[in-house]
Write a protein that binds this ligand. Structure first.
Ligand SMILES: *[C@@H]1O[C@H](CO)[C@@H](O)[C@H](O)[C@H]1NC(C)=O
Ligand SMILES: *[C@@H]1O[C@H](CO)[C@@H](O)[C@H](O)[C@H]1NC(C)=O
Ligand SMILES: *[C@@H]1O[C@H](CO)[C@@H](O)[C@H](O)[C@H]1NC(C)=O
Ligand SMILES: *[C@@H]1O[C@H](CO)[C@@H](O)[C@H](O)[C@H]1NC(C)=O
Ligand SMILES: *[C@@H]1O[C@H](CO)[C@@H](O)[C@H](O)[C@H]1NC(C)=O
Ligand SMILES: *[C@@H]1O[C@H](CO)[C@@H](O)[C@H](O)[C@H]1NC(C)=O
Ligand SMILES: *[C@@H]1O[C@H](CO)[C@@H](O)[C@H](O)[C@H]1NC(C)=O
Ligand SMILES: *[C@@H]1O[C@H](CO)[C@@H](O)[C@H](O)[C@H]1NC(C)=O
Ligand SMILES: *[C@@H]1O[C@H](CO)[C@@H](O)[C@H](O)[C@H]1NC(C)=O
Ligand SMILES: *[C@@H]1O[C@H](CO)[C@@H](O)[C@H](O)[C@H]1NC(C)=O
Length: 641
C-alpha cells in the first residue's frame, strides 16, 4: 500500500480535467442486495471443491448415467476389491459398498484401502474428523492414517477397535491430528485391518478438515473467506439445477444424483448445507427451483403442464421444509433434523435461463412460470418471485409485489461496455437481478459481437475483462432503482477439472494455491464501498472513456466509483461534493494491472499469480472544496470522503 498526500496543485497545468459536481440529494435508494454470489455445482466446485469432504467417492453412489465405480480407491497390501450390493444395505439410498477381501496370496500383512482425495489431500497440524461404516465379523483394530504418496511419511495414525457385528452395518468414528504439515498435497487416506477374519465391506467413508465456522458437513474455510471478503448480500443457488428432497437428512439417506456437468453428485452439499452456508456468510439465500426445462438438451425436454405438476408440488414441499411451521409435515421434517426455526428465505427464482431453446420462452410464458408463481404466491405471499428469462415475458404482481427478472450476460469487453446504459431504459416496475455475468471472450476488432460458444473462452481471467465488468457494475449501480443486484458467474474453478473459464476463484486441494481473479478484485473493491443512495452528478464531459457513479450514505459521506476503458491518455478529475469544504480529507483506492491487460492464474510452477495491484492515496480538498486526481487508462477506482 502506497500512501501519498496530494492537494489541488497536482492538477496544475492539466487543462482538460473532467469537472464533476456531486449533489447531496436527488438520487434513488440503493439496493441492499447490490452485490452477491452465484453458486453452481459446475465441475468439482461442490464435491471436490468448496464442500470440505476429503474422500473422493466416499459412498460408491451411482446412477444410470454415472454407475458406481471403485475409482479412485487403491488396494493396500494383498487386498482385492469388489463393488457389492450386500443383502443388508447401509441404507436404501446407499446400497452399494466396497468389499475389501484378502487376496489369493496368503499373508499376515494388513490389507486395506487407500484414497488419494480430490487431486490430493492437504495435510496440516489440525484436527481431521472422520468416520466409516463397516459390515463384517472383524474383531481386531482398524488402522486409519494420513500418509504421503511419495515418501514413507505417516502424518497421523490412529487405531480403532472394531465394533463390527455380523449382519449389521456399524459406524466407526475417529479423529486424526497430524503434528506436522505435509510439504505437498500428494497424500492419501488409508484404512487397514488384519486379513485373518476375512473380508470387510465399507461404505460412507468420510474425512473432514476443520470447516468454515466449524459447521459439521461444512465448507472449506479459505474458500468461504474468499467469498466473505466480497461482502456479499445474497447467494443465488443452486444455479438453476433442481435440489430435490433427497439432498436433506443424514448422509446415509442421500442417494446422490447425476450432476449436470458429467459426473455424479454426492449431494453432501445439499439444501440444508446451502441454507447453513448462507447463515454462516450472513447473506440472503436466493433459491432457484427447476421449472421444467432441461438445460443442455433440446427443446423436446420441456415438460408439458401435466408432467410439470409434480414438480410444483415438490417445490411447495421444499418451501414448506424451509419456511413451514413445525406443525406442517415438512416443517416437522426440518425440526427433526435439528432445525426447529425456519430459515429466512425471501427470494425464489422460477427456473434458470428458461428463455433458452426454441420453445423455452413461449412455454414459460404459457404455463411453466404461472404454474409455479400461482402455487408459490398462494402459499407464501411474502416471497419475492423472480422469473428466469431476463425480460418481461412472464410477470406477476405489481408495485411492491411485482416479480423481478433474472438477466444473464456472458460477453466480450467492448460489448459489455456498450451495454453500460442498458438499464437506463429498463422497466422500473419489474426490476432486474443480474444473476450471472462475466467476460468470457476477447474483443473482435471493435465489433460489438456476442460470445461465439463454438470458440474457446479466455483460459484465465484478464484485466480488460474486469475493467469492463466494473463499468457494467457502475451501470447497474446508477440504475439501482431498476437493478436489484448482481452476481458474477461461475464462482469456482477446480484447476484439476473444470468445464468453464474464467471463474471468480480458482483453487486446488492445496489451500495455499487459491487464486483470486481480476474480477474478484473489482467486486471486492465495489462491494465493500456501498452507500445507501445514488446522487446526481453534473459533468462538463460525457461518459466514456471514464465511467462513474456517485452515492451517499448521508451525513456528508460520499462514495464515487470510476473505471477508465480505452482512454488515449491519463484522465484528470476535479470533483466537488455538495457540503464538503476546503481541507476535508478523502481517500482514493485504485486497482490496476501493471503488466497491462494480462491474465491472472497459477504460473508454470503452480504458484498463484494475481496481477491486480492496489494503491491508496489520501487527498485533501482545495479552496473550493474540490478534490483533484488523475487516473491512468485501464484503472478502476473508488474515492470516498
Ligand atoms: C433515479 O431514478 C430516476 C427514475 O428511474 C432516474 O431518472 C434518475 O436518473 C435516478 N437518479 C439517479 C441519481 O440515478
Ligand atoms: C447395485 O444395484 C443397482 C441398482 O439396482 C445396480 O444398478 C448396480 O449395478 C448394482 N451394483 C452391483 C455391484 O451389483
Ligand atoms: C500417488 O502416486 C501415484 C503414482 O505414484 C499416482 O498415480 C497417484 O495419482 C498419486 N496420488 C495422488 C494423491 O496424487
Ligand atoms: C503425486 O505424485 C505423482 C508421482 O510423482 C504424480 O503423478 C501426481 O500427479 C502427484 N499428485 C499430486 C496431487 O500432486
Ligand atoms: C421426496 O419427494 C418425492 C416426490 O415428491 C416423494 O415421493 C418422497 O416421499 C419424498 N421424500 C421425502 C424424504 O420426503
Ligand atoms: C431433477 O431431479 C430429478 C430427481 O433427482 C431428476 O430426475 C431430474 O433429471 C433433475 N432435473 C434436472 C434438470 O437436473
Ligand atoms: C416448439 O413447439 C412447436 C409447437 O408445439 C412444435 O411444433 C416444435 O416442434 C417445437 N420445437 C422444438 C424444437 O421442440
Ligand atoms: C468434468 O468432470 C468429469 C468427471 O470428473 C470429467 O469426466 C470431465 O472431463 C470434466 N470436465 C472437464 C472439462 O474437465
Ligand atoms: C481502443 O480504441 C481504439 C480506437 O480508438 C481501437 O482501435 C481499439 O481497438 C480499442 N481497444 C480496445 C481494447 O478496445
Ligand atoms: C476544479 O473545480 C473547482 C470547483 O468547481 C473550480 O473552482 C476549479 O477551477 C477547478 N479546477 C480545475 C483545474 O478545473
Amino acid at each position: 500500500m502506497i500512501l501519498q498526500i496530494f492537494s489541488l496543485p497536482f492538477l496544475a497545468g492539466i487543462a482538460s480535467a473532467i469537472n464533476l459536481k456531486v449533489s447531496s440529494t436527488g438520487g434513488n435508494a440503493s439496493s441492499p442486495l447490490m452485490y452477491g454470489l452465484m453458486f453452481e455445482d459446475i465441475n468439482h466446485s461442490g464435491d471436490g471443491g468448496i464442500y470440505a469432504e476429503l474422500i473422493n467417492n466416499r459412498a460408491f453412489q451411482g446412477s444410470r448415467a454415472f454407475p458406481s465405480t471403485l475409482e479412485p480407491w487403491v488396494p493396500v497390501g494383498n487386498a482385492v476389491f469388489a463393488l457389492q450390493n450386500t443383502s443388508i444395505p447401509l441404507s436404501s439410498a446407499l446400497p452399494t459398498s466396497i468389499n475389501v477381501a484378502p487376496g489369493p496370496l496368503s499373508s499376515h500383512a494388513k490389507i486395506g484401502l487407500l484414497n488419494p482425495g480430490w487431486w490430493g489431500i492437504d495435510v496440516k497440524p489440525q484436527k481431521y474428523t472422520g468416520s466409516f461404516w463397516a459390515l463384517g465379523s472383524y474383531k481386531g483394530d482398524f488402522t486409519v492414517k494420513l500418509q504421503s504418496n511419495l515418501t514413507d511419511d505417516v502424518f497421523a495414525s490412529v487405531e480403532i477397535p472394531s465394533s463390527c457385528q455380523p449382519g449389521k452395518w456399524v459406524e466407526h468414528k475417529f479423529e486424526l491430528e497430524p503434528n506436522l504439515a505435509a510439504s505437498n498435497i500428494n497424500n492419501t487416506f488409508v484404512i487397514e485391518f488384519e486379513p485373518g477374519s476375512g473380508a470387510v465391506n465399507f461404505n460412507l467413508i468420510s474425512l473432514f478438515p476443520p470447516t468454515y465456522k466449524n459447521r459439521p458437513n461444512g465448507n472449506r474455510p479459505e474458500l468461504m473467506e474468499a467469498l466473505k471478503a466480497l461482502n456479499p448480500s445474497f447467494i443465488r443457488m443452486p444455479g438453476g439445477n433442481n435440489m430435490s428432497n433427497e439432498t436433506i437428512g443424514p448422509l446415509t439417506q442421500r442417494p446422490g444424483r447425476p450432476g449436470t456437468w458429467g459426473y455424479g453428485n454426492t449431494d453432501g452439499l445439499g439444501l440444508v448445507e446451502y441454507l447453513n452456508w448462507c447463515t454462516d456468510l450472513e447473506v440472503e439465500p436466493l433459491l432457484a427451483v427447476w421449472a421444467g426445462m432441461y438445460l443442455g438438451s433440446d427443446a423436446d425436454h420441456i415438460l408439458s403442464a401435466e408432467a410439470l405438476a409434480p414438480w410444483v408440488d415438490d417445490t411447495l414441499n421444499e418451501l414448506e421444509f424451509i419456511l413451514g411451521p413445525v406443525s406442517t409435515p415438512y416443517g416437522a421434517l426440518r425440526a427433526s433434523l435439528g432445525y426447529p426455526e425456519p430459515w429466512a428465505l425471501k427470494y425464489v427464482e422460477i427456473g434458470n435461463e428458461d428463455n433458452l431453446y426454441t420453445n423455452g420462452s413461449s412455454t414459460y410464458a404459457a404455463y411453466r412460470f404461472s404454474m409455479f408463481y400461482d402455487a408459490i404466491t398462494a402459499a407464501y405471499p411474502n416471497l419475492k418471485i423472480i422469473s428466469s428469462t431476463g425480460d418481461y415475458t412472464a410477470v406477476g404482481g405489481s408495485g411492491e409485489t411485482a416479480t423481478w427478472t433474472d438477466f444473464h450476460t456472458y460477453s466480450r469487453p467492448d460489448t459489455l461496455v456498450s451495454m453500460f446504459d442498458k438499464f437506463d431504459h429498463a422497466s422500473r416496475e419489474y426490476k432486474t437481478l443480474i444473476g450471472e455475468y462475466a467476460i468470457v471472450q476477447e474483443n473482435l476488432d471493435g465489433q460489438l459481437a456476442g460470445v461465439n460458444w463454438d470458440l474457446p473462452k479466455f483460459p484465465q481471467p484478464v484485466w480488460i475483462g474486469a475493467v469492463s465488468e466494473a463499468i457494467w457494475s457502475i451501470g447497474a449501480e446508477r440504475n439501482s432503482d431498476a437493478v436489484v443486484g448482481m452476481s458474477y458467474a461461475p464462482g469456482f474453478q477446480n484447476l484439476n477439472s473444470y468445464n468453464w473459464s474464467p471463474d471468480l476463484i480458482s483453487f486446488t486441494a492445496d489451500v495455499s494455491q487459491t487464486v483470486l481473479s481480476t474480477s474478484w478484485h473489482v467486486i471486492n473493491l465495489f462491494s465493500n464501498s456501498r452507500y445507501t443512495s445514488t446522487v446526481p452528478i453534473t459533468s462538463d464531459s460525457p461518459l466514456g472513456p471514464a465511467y462513474w457513479v456517485a452515492g451517499t450514505s448521508g451525513e456528508g459521506k460520499y462514495t464515487f466509483k470510476i473505471a477508465i476503458y480505452n482512454a488515449t491518455s491519463s484522465v484528470p478529475f476535479n470533483i466537488t461534493f455538495e457540503g464538503v469544504a476546503k481541507g476535508a480529507s478523502g481517500r482514493l483506492t485504485v486497482l490496476s494491472a501493471p503488466e497491462g491487460l494480462s491474465a491472472n492464474m497459477l504460473d508454470g510452477e503452480g504458484v498463484p499469480t494475481e496481477v491486480v495491484a492496489k494503491r491508496e492515496v489520501e487527498l485533501v480538498a482545495g479552496s473550493a472544496g474540490e478534490f483533484g486526481f488523475e487516473l491512468e487508462n485501464w484503472e478502476v477506482a473508488v474515492f470516498t470522503t
